[in-house]
Write a protein that binds this ligand. Structure first.
Ligand code: NAD
Ligand code: WQD
Length: 339
C-alpha cells in the first residue's frame, strides 16, 4: 500500500485519485491543517474506490510508528508540508519544524520498518536565481541553494536529508520531484485548490477576481526582460502533475538511489498571457492593475523537462487553456471551497 502524507491537500488529492485509478491501495495521513477530509470523500466518489485515512501529524514519530505497524506500507509519497512562501518569512521556526520534522520522522520510521521507497514534493524554488535562467530552462543540474525564504530552504534541506539517506542505505530509493507551477483542477470540478484567506499564488487569485470575491488582480511588475514585461512561469495542470507521481512511484519500485526530476511543461507563459487565456476560454473579465515587482521574484522560470521525459516517460498533456478552464470550473462549482 502507498502511504500518502498530505494527501487531502491540493496536489495530494489529485494524486490519490490517479493512484486509485491505477489500482493502487492508498493510505492518507494528513492533519488537515490546510485541507478538509471531504476532498478525500470526493476522490473516492470520482474513483469509485475506497482509500484509508488517518488524521495525524506526520511530525509525530510515535503515531507514525503505530501506523507503520498496523498497515502493510511499501512506499511513501510525501506531500505534507507548509507551503506559503511569504508566511515562512514571518514564521521560520514553524516552517523548519513542520517541513523538516515531518521528513525526519518519516525517514526514521521508514528505516525501522524496512520501507525503502519515497517520492518527495520538492520545488523549483530550490534553483538559485543569481546565475540567470539557462536558455533551455532550469535543468536538474542547474545550481541550487541561495533560497530567498525559509520555505525554499526546507525543500533544499529535505532534498539533502533524503539524498543522504540514499547514501547511507544502498537499498533506499528516493525520487525528488521539483514541481514548477501547478494550477488547474480535476476536470470534474470536484477537487481543486482551496486556499484559506488571500491567495498567495496567481491562479487562485485570478479565479477569485473572476468570481467577484476580489476586485482586481495586481500584476507584480511589467518591466521584466520578457516579451510583454510580466513574469514568465512554467504552469502545469495538477492532473498532469498527479500522473507524474505514478511514474515516479514506478521508478522507485525499479531503482535504488536518489534521482531528481523537474516536473513542468517546459513552456513559459507570462502573467498577461495567462490572464488573457483565462478571460478568453471562460468568457469572464479579470480586471487588473500593474503594481511593483514582488520582492524575491525572478522574471522567467521554466523547466527543462527532458530528464523526466527520458527516464520517467512523463510528458504533460494539458495546455494553458485546459488549466484555465478547469480552474474556473472548480471555482464555479465550489464558490465557498470544498469544506
Ligand atoms: P496543500 O497545503 O494543499 O497540501 C499539503 C497537505 O499537507 C495539507 O493537506 C496539509 O493539511 C498537510 N500537512 C501539512 N503539514 C502536515 C503535517 N505535519 N502532518 C500531516 N499533514 C500535514 O499544498 P499542495 O499545494 O498540495 O502542496 C503539496 C506539497 O507540494 C507541499 O509539500 C508543497 O510544499 C509542495 N509544492 C507545492 C507547490 C504548489 O505550487 N502548490 C509547488 C512546489 C511544491
Ligand atoms: C506566478 C507569477 C508573480 C500573484 C510560487 C512559489 C514556488 C512554488 C510555486 C511551492 C509571478 C505573478 C502572482 C499575483 C502576480 N510553490 N503574480 N500577481 O512565485 O512562481 O512560485 O508557487 O513550492 O515555490 O514561490 O508562483 O503563483 O505566486 O506567481 O502578478 O497576485 O504571477 O509575480 O510572476 P511563483 P505565483
Amino acid at each position: 500500500m502507498v502511504f500518502v502524507t498530505g494527501g487531502a491537500g491540493f496536489i495530494g488529492s489529485h494524486t490519490c485519485l490517479e493512484l486509485l485509478k491505477a489500482g493502487r491501495e492508498v493510505l492518507v495521513a494528513d492533519n488537515l491543517c490546510n485541507s478538509h477530509a471531504s476532498s478525500l470523500e470526493r476522490v473516492e466518489r470520482l474513483a469509485g474506490k475506497r482509500l484509508s485515512f488517518v488524521r495525524v501529524d506526520v511530525c509525530d514519530r510515535e503515531a507514525l510508528e503505530k501506523i507503520f505497524s498496523e498497515y502493510d506500507i511499501d512506499s511513501v509519497i510525501h506531500f505534507a508540508g507548509l507551503k506559503a512562501v511569504g508566511e515562512s518569512v514571518g514564521s521560520p521556526v514553524e516552517y523548519f519544524s513542520n517541513n523538516l520534522g515531518s521528513t525526519l520522522s518519516l525517514c526514521s520510521v521508514m528505516r525501522a520498518h524496512g520501507v525503502n521507497r519515497i517520492v518527495f514534493s520538492s520545488s523549483a524554488t530550490v534553483y538559485s536565481g543569481s546565475f540567470g535562467v539557462p536558455s533551455g530552462g532550469f535543468s536538474e543540474s542547474s545550481p541550487t541553494g541561495e533560497c530567498t525564504n525559509p520555505y525554499g530552504w526546507t525543500k533544499f534541506m529535505s532534498e539533502k536529508i533524503l539524498s543522504s539517506v540514499c547514501v547511507a542505505n544502498p537499498d533506499f530509493s528516493a525520487v525528488l520531484l521539483r514541481y514548477f507551477n501547478p494550477i488547474g483542477a480535476d476536470p470534474s470540478g470536484e477537487i481543486g485548490e482551496d486556499p484559506e484567506g488571500v491567495p498567495n499564488n496567481l491562479m487562485p487569485y485570478i479565479t477569485q477576481v473572476a468570481s467577484g470575491v476580489r476586485e482586481r488582480l495586481t500584476i507584480f511588475g511589467n518591466d521584466y526582460d520578457t516579451p510583454d514585461g510580466t513574469g514568465v512561469r512554467d504552469y502545469i495542470h495538477v492532473s498532469d502533475l498527479a500522473r507524474a507521481h505514478i511514474k515516479a512511484l514506478e521508478f522507485v519500485e525499479k531503482n535504488t538511489g536518489c534521482e531528481v526530476f523537474n516536473i513542468g511543461t517546459g513552456r513559459g507563459t507570462s502573467v498577461l498571457e495567462l490572464v488573457r487565456s483565462f478571460e478568453e476560454v471562460n468568457g469572464v473579465a479579470v480586471p487588473y492593475v500593474v503594481g511593483a515587482r514582488r520582492p524575491g521574484d525572478l522574471g522567467t522560470v521554466f523547466a527543462n523537462v527532458s530528464k523526466a521525459e527520458r527516464l520517467l516517460g512523463f510528458r504533460a498533456e494539458f495546455g494553458i487553456r485546459d488549466m484555465c478552464r478547469d480552474a474556473w470550473n472548480f471555482q464555479k462549482r465550489n464558490p465557498h471551497g470544498i469544506k
